[in-house]
Design a protein around this ligand. Sequence first.
Ligand code: FEO
Ligand code: CA
Ligand code: CA
Length: 709
Amino acid sequence: MTLPITKKHTAIEPEQPVRNRPLNDVLEVYISRRNVLLGGLGTAAAAFFPSALLLARDDSNSGGGVDPEAPLGTSILGFESVPTTLADQVTVPEGYSVQVLIPWGTPITGSFPAFDDTNAANNTSAKQAQQSGQQHDGMYFFPFPVGSNSSDNGLLCVNHENITNYLHTNPQAFDASGNRTSAEEVRKELAAHGISVVQLTRDGSGQWQVVDTGFNRRITLDTPMTLSGPAAGSGFMVTAFSNDGRATRGTVNNCAHGFTPWNTYLTCEENFAGYFLDSTESDRLPRNKSRYGIGPAFFGYEWHTLAGEPSETNNQFRRFDTTPAVGATAFDDFRNEANGYGWVVEIDPFDPSSTPIKRTALGRFAHEGCWPSRFIAGQQLAFYMGDDSSGEYVYKFVTADAFDPANLDRDMLDNGTLYVARYNDDGTGEWLPLVFGRGPLVAPAFRSQAGVLVNTRSAADLLGATPMDRPEWTAVNPANGEFYLTLTNNSGRGIAGDRQANQPLDAANPRMYDSGRDDDPDSDGNVNGHIIRGREDGDNPAATTFTWDIFLFGARADAPGVVNLSGLTEDNQFSSPDGLWFDPREDRGIIWIQTDDSAISDITNNQLLAAVPGRVGDGGPATATSGQQTFIGAPLGTDLRRFLVGPAECEITGIDQTPDGRTLFVNVQHPGEDGDAANPTSTFPGGVGTLPRSATLAITKDDGGVIGT
Ligand code: FEO
Ligand code: CA
Ligand code: CA
């Protein structure tokens, strides 16, 4: 609980946006850059992007001084590892600089209301809806204008996953019955969630700034959304708000992300379940709720307790109570409201009036990210997705049609096949189709594809998918198309218990051990997490079989060999990998790893590491704890380096770069997470006396060079 802040205002003012910069200026910058870049187009880039300048961002065409013929795994890292630290600051290697951009509350649109970073009481819900939200997470930089390859001008789409103690100065207002009493507070909470679309430009000084040429936008928990794909228009989607089951409002818990060849942003709804109440007895809940954890226990925001409050519009509070109303039908109440969440949501940043689309063909679960395979003309596209919960699964969606850059179908995400992964103990794997009528997905278990998709987890259970150690981000190696996945940690691995926790060791999830951080010598499950990778058979994203190995295991440097399987040292020890991203330039191929850890938080704040990966099968068999056999990639040694350590109690998550590789954007989420406004435990980024705020870092090399090399 929080108390009023009494500290004096010592803050720097948030960066003031330059409003409505004339578009002509911007275009000139773009045209001059484009002319330069066109001359440098590489042949590999041309093969993948036959019409690159009309399609998605092309990151493959500016010089990094690296030989593209160099063998995979050749180290090109050009910085020294920074040490672990608990300092409340951002630490980067010598020769790099950091600019803080769009911290929570930065005015980005509308009347650009100023943010008070010393007293949250001065920041209203109406202001919040025009300012950057809280809890920055996944993000993507779209060069501006659309189809350009600008590294000086772009639309940054940023997820705001959830909210913190610092949103309100005072304790959230509840009455004696536990009901919320302030609609203003609740509106601010709704507005602090969602996505920011914000235009950033860089001037001659190299400093980035917020501008608005009409594209800046906030998307929140109140923004109207369209449902598309097989579940749209089904009975599962009917609510009092949308009797035809084709619309809903808002997006929530937006974690990681993806993008499409037609320059749209994919934002992923992760822990949506905790926002919805159903007070029906747990054993009588339908599986579309119980299998996701929707029920009497929830996050406790209690937004629904303001139902009927005079300022409520369109049941914006009531809808969070999904308990069926007595004597009502789905047309009259919000029993199906939570079926409108847990999806991948497509946003067109270049059309500020567009309605975001929830693409139901990609399944309903705690979506972490949605990373596409390489865009290769004539091949189908795959989108790799994790379901971040203990013992949940890995999915991919494969488009029905091949990618044709000359004839783009912007509804490709409505037509295709969703698969779930089974990892076999022999290093092979299978993609199992979630298609109604195939295998066990028939009546009476399922009666439609809509039912399969709304109940994705239950369908995957029936198919025999492999329960994984909390699937987080996915990434695709631009050099060879291999797909990588972070498995952040799993306290349930190897522990006897209920379904979620009954996960015996297997080759893909081979570790359980005692963390040594408590007095209990029993196993704490997979404490430090690992990163698994796969190679599709025939290097075809549509393949239904693959091979895999484990790229890296997180560990303390001083852990025993059966735990520290990757041989990590002081220079690269890490734990709980979460964010995962490849530098898209295939001639560099650096993989960047971000952590969201509490297992080695006595050693270091969360961090960003960089490595140059090899490929599946470059290592060999290994034995983990309890004698479990597995397969591990070649040791990286000093080719895995710590690039950044964040401020106190933050998570490092969200990463992208400009096409020239010379600005790296990294998000700092929830600095000072364990404190509150009365007792803040971080002062990032404003300094003493200011509220800690999530923010985007723009990292540049002082010599203007390519980041990481
Ligand atoms: Fe939002 Fe799974 O991290
Ligand atoms: Ca995450
Ligand atoms: Ca996480």
